[in-house]
Write a protein that binds this ligand. Structure first.
Ligand code: CA
Length: 223
């Protein structure tokens, strides 16, 4: 994969330098910044690596603010592994999490995984699917309600797009985790519930995501 532009947000100079040279060896183009405000004013990258412990802002706020106006994949870097479940449960819009210490190969595996999920989104000619009064545009990765776009995180989009493949059919939790997250995901499956809750909130009565207790979820559209 070439010309992938990585925005690295990390104030620890030695970590930033070694990550930058490691990523560059693999052909990534790296812009490194050391503060949250610099991250927010940087030009749009293809993927963001975001350290949570920044000198000027809370990294979680930086994540939320990036997500508020962009669907760019965000990989959050935490200082402690046991923070990941806590952070993942918060709805900040990150796509993946990695704990320090980590190797450059691990980071590259995460980057490839989040980029692959975007690349592998179905993009057939019949890309726009209407479900009730919402339209799922799989090639543009947008969801419209009466021609107005609803802002979704990449994971929320993937989840809705997957459920939308078969309205009325039950999808198991395992199936949804496999389809939307991947083998690198090691947080709890509570993240699935968080994303389901976000979709319910964003689409209110446009459709219903029914919980099938002990099994999974089903997308139902009011007739
Ligand atoms: Ca830091």
């Amino acid at each position: 994969m070439f010309d992938v532009r990585v925005l690295l947000v990390e104030d620890d100079r030695s970590i930033a330098d070694s990550l930058r040279s490691g990523l560059e060896r693999y052909g990534y183009e790296v812009t490194a910044v050391a503060t949250g405000s610099a991250a927010l004013s940087a030009s749009a990258p293809d993927v963001v690596l975001l350290d949570l412990g920044l000198p000027d802002m809370d990294g979680l706020d930086v994540c939320r603010m990036l997500r508020a106006h962009s669907t760019v994949p965000i990989i959050v870097i935490t200082a402690r592994g046991d923070e990941i479940d806590t952070v993942a449960g918060l709805e900040v819009g990150a796509d993946d999490y990695v704990a320090k210490p980590f190797g450059v190969r691990e980071i590259i595996a995460r980057i490839r995984a989040v980029m692959r999920r975007i690349d592998s989104a179905p993009d057939s000619a019949a890309a726009v699917q209407a479900i009730g009064d919402i339209q799922i545009d799989r090639s543009a990765r947008r969801v419209l309600v009466h021609d107005k776009e609803v802002a979704l995180t990449p994971k929320e989009f993937d989840l809705l797009a997957y459920l939308g493949l078969s309205p009325g059919a039950v999808r198991t939790r395992e199936e949804l985790m496999d389809a939307v997250w991947d083998e690198h995901w090691f947080g709890s499956t509570r993240t699935l519930d968080v994303h389901i809750a976000a979709l319910r909130q964003k689409f209110a009565d446009r459709f219903v995501i029914t919980t099938v207790r002990g099994v999974g979820f089903r997308l139902d559209v009011p007739t």
